[in-house]
Design a protein around this ligand. Sequence first.
Ligand SMILES: *Cc1c(COP(=O)(O)O)cnc(C)c1O
Length: 388
Amino acid sequence: MKGQFPVEKFQDIRTPFYYYDTELLRTTLRTINEEAGRHENFFVHYAVKANANPSVLLIIREAGLGVDCVSGGEIEAAIKAGFNPSGIVYAGVGKSDWEINLGLDNNIFCFNVESLAELEVINQLAKAKGKTANVAFRINPNVGAHTHANITTGLAENKFGIAMRDMVPVIRKAEKMENVKFVGLHFHIGSQILDMGDFVALCNRVNELQEELEREHINVENINVGGGLGIDYEHPNRVPVPDFKAYFDTYSRHLRLRPGQKLHFELGRSVVAQCGSLITRTLYIKQGEVKKFAIVDAGMTDLIRPALYQAYHKIENITSDAPLETYDVVGPICESSDVFAKQIELNKTSRGDLIAIRSAGAYGEIMASQYNCRPMPKGYTTEDMNRF
Ligand SMILES: *Cc1c(COP(=O)(O)O)cnc(C)c1O
C-alpha cells in the first residue's frame, strides 16, 4: 500500500486501468448532501457525462442524487443504474427524435430546451404520445467563466442556450402549446470554475431575469444553475473534497429564490474527479537530446484531457521512493500531443513501475477511445480490488 493505493493488488491487473477510490467518492457525496441539505429547496443532480462507470453510478444513486443527462445513451445508463426517471433532467443543443421519445417514454422530470425549433419538436412528439413534457429553457446568460476557453459555455458566442432577449417570447410560445409545460429556467456557464465570483455573476444575472419575468407575471417553479464547480488538480491529497460549503453558500447568499421555488444543481467533475486515478506502467525510459522521457502504457486514448485542454494532472510513481528526477511523461500513441506532462518531477522510475495519474475520475474513462485499435481501459473500484 502506498498512500491510498493498494499497489500489491494492482500488480496483477493489466495496465492501463482506472481505479476509483470508493471511500473518497462516498465521503464526497456525504459532504454534498450535508452542505446542500443546509439549504431549503436545494436539489443536486449528478452530471452523468463526467463518468458513467456502472459501479460509480450505483454509489451516486445510493446517495440519493438526481441525474443530469445530455444524451439518450446517458438516460439509458442512468435508468440501468436504477435512478428514478422523475429525477432526470435532460439538456443538449441537438436532441434527436429517438432521444426525446426515450425521455417522454420514461417520464423524465424535465427537458432543458435550447432552441425554439427544439421546443416545437418536443411538443409534436409529446402530442403523438398523448403526453405533456415538462420543459425548462436553457438561457445563455452571457456570463464568462475564468476557465479554459473550450469549457466556457455561457457566453453569447457559445452555441448553448437561448438568448436572453428571446426568453419571454419563447416562454409565451410554450404557454400556447398543448403538450409542453413550462417549469423553469436552466443555466450552465462552464466547467472547472474555482472563482466563486463567476457564480455570483450568474446569480446576479438570474436575479435580473427573474425580475423581468415577474413584471410579465410569469411564474418560475424551478431554477437550475447547472454545474461547473472545479477541483484542485494540483493537490489531490491535500484537497480531496471540493469546497461544497462555499459553493452552496454562494448561491444561498446571492440568488434570490422566490417562496417555494426550487434550486437545482448539476455537478459532474466535483463529484467524481478526485476519486479516480489512471494507473499505468512505465514501459521504457528514453534519454533524448535534451530531455528524459518516461514512456508509459497509457495514452491520450485513455485520458485525453491533457491533449484536449492542456489539462494538468498530478503524476506519481506509486512503486518507488527513489530520489526525484525530471521527466516528460508520454504515451505510446502516434500523435505528438500524446503527452501527459512535461518536465515534471517523479521518483526515479524504471521499467515496470506503476504510475498514478491523479484526479482522473471526471472526463477520463468516459472520453476514452479506440484510436490506434487500442483496447478501452477498464475501471475498477476499491471493492473490485478486494475481490482479486
Ligand atoms: C457538463 C455539464 C454539467 C456538469 O459540469 P461539471 O463542470 O462537470 O460540473 C452540468 N450541466 C450541463 C448542462 C453540462 O453540459
